[in-house]
Design a protein around this ligand. Structure first.
Ligand code: GTR
Length: 395
């Protein structure tokens, strides 16, 4: 009984805090501060970055270090052994068109071992190794990895289009919960990260999980890991972007409505802010990120630098009109500004000629894309179908 009261009181406190925080949220464009974004093309020592050599040797590592120290924390790359135990399952809901592999990925570091579960659907009919789409899933969990929410992970549609598709749940790597998040790989494999101000947190841990999934794809004869797509919605979208900045094996990265700490520019302070997100989800970002609560102007970077770190590999952002919490304009602007690295350094076309207000529909070039759709926050079949048109012209 006492536990029930505690639970109810905690629930009321969370709702109260969220309502208080939301009542102070800015949704008024005229109150957005003048944007002073750190330059992509001037190094910390003041050097002008005007070539691929200088970008890759000087500015890119500087920016990567800033994100690692100040925002997301490290993603440790070392372990001693990885192995895959595969159970092939029939009698699942896509049995007619797909084979399901339930994979236990076993990772050993020193004396300790962690097992994460990955679910992979492969088309039954294919002439050559299939391109792979991985979804980082923080939503509802089901035995075979399928999800109740329609459209979130459209396995049948992806299979029919010739993709293999896989997903793992956040829970299997680092639970999305302030009390429990360290119970996954943090305690099991990388406990020394827990005390660091720039140590691994949940968003980075999910990224680590995506990397282990990629290890599996790379050795799979029915999968073409060179044609790989990493997809994340909302909090998983934040994670997908940071993952891809760490791991160049992803050919295409799609962050759907990833908002604050993902696609959206923090310095606009529109919708969710650094303070709100750090208070609500203290287990997502590095401890250091809390220094910027209410002080976005002092951030030595902003989110336009994240797609720039992924260049020249393809990046796609999407927003929805009613999801002002995620700041759709801030999401578009960060990709538009970040795309300068694609165009000036890598000589690729940027499709973002129009201002956010002038957009009439999706904008795609060969390696960059954005769309905003009607409706609320969510990853829908509508989002997927526009995104897949983009994917099909990347390769
Ligand atoms: C919200 C959070 C957002 C976003 C979202 C989600 O509560 O404020 O940053 O990540 O959750 O993941 O659905």
């Amino acid at each position: 009984m006492q536990a029930l009261w505690k639970f109810l009181a905690l629930g009321i406190l969370i709702i109260f805090t969220k309502t208080m925080a939301q009542s102070q949220v800015n949704y008024d464009e005229s109150k957005v501060p003048a944007l002073h974004l750190p330059s992509l093309f001037i190094s910390e020592k003041g050097e002008v970055i005007d070539s691929r050599e200088k970008w890759e040797a000087i500015r890119k590592p500087e920016i990567f270090r800033l994100f690692q120290t100040e925002v997301y924390g490290q993603i440790p790359k070392d372990f001693d052994e990885i192995s895959f135990e595969v159970t092939k399952r029939s009698n699942h809901q896509f049995d007619l068109i797909a084979n399901l592999e339930e994979v236990d990925i076993k990772i050993r570091r020193g004396e300790k071992t962690h097992v994460m579960r990955l679910n992979v659907f492969l088309p039954k009919e294919m002439e050559e190794p299939a391109p792979i789409i991985l979804l980082i899933n923080h939503r509802q969990k089901a035995e075979d990895g399928s999800l109740a929410e329609e459209g979130y992970w459209p396995v049948a549609e992806l299979i029919q289009k010739g993709f293999a598709t896989a997903s793992f749940h956040a829970e299997t790597v680092a639970p999305d919960d302030i009390q429990r998040f360290s119970g996954g790989i943090l305690t099991n494999l990388y406990p020394e990260q827990l005390d660091k101000k720039d140590g691994l947190k949940a968003l980075g841990a999910w990224g680590w999980g995506a990397m282990r999934a990629m290890d599996y794809f790379e050795q799979h004869e029915a999968i073409n890991a060179k044609k790989s797509v990493l997809v994340g919605h909302s909090r998983s979208g934040k994670s997908a972007l940071w993952t891809s900045a760490n791991d160049p094996r992803w050919a295409i990265t799609y962050a759907n409505e990833s908002g604050c700490g993902g696609a959206a520019l923090s310095k606009r302070k529109f919708g969710e802010t650094v303070e709100i997100i750090n208070n609500a989800f203290p287990h997502w970002f590095a401890e250091n990120f809390k220094k910027y609560n209410g002080a976005e102007e002092s951030l030595p970077l902003d989110q336009h630098m994240l797609p720039a770190l992924i260049a020249p590999r393809a990046v796609y952002f999407a927003s929805s009109k009613d999801d002002q919490w995620a700041d759709p304009k801030g999401e578009y602007l960060s990709l538009q500004i970040g795309s300068q690295v694609f165009s000036r350094i890598y000589d690729q076309e940027s499709p973002f000629k129009l201002s956010f207000e002038e957009l009439k529909g999706p904008v795609h070039s060969k390696t960059l894309g954005y769309h905003i759709r009607e409706g609320e926050h969510g990853l829908t079949w509508g989002d997927w179908s526009i995104f897949l048109e983009f994917v099909e012209q990347v390769w």
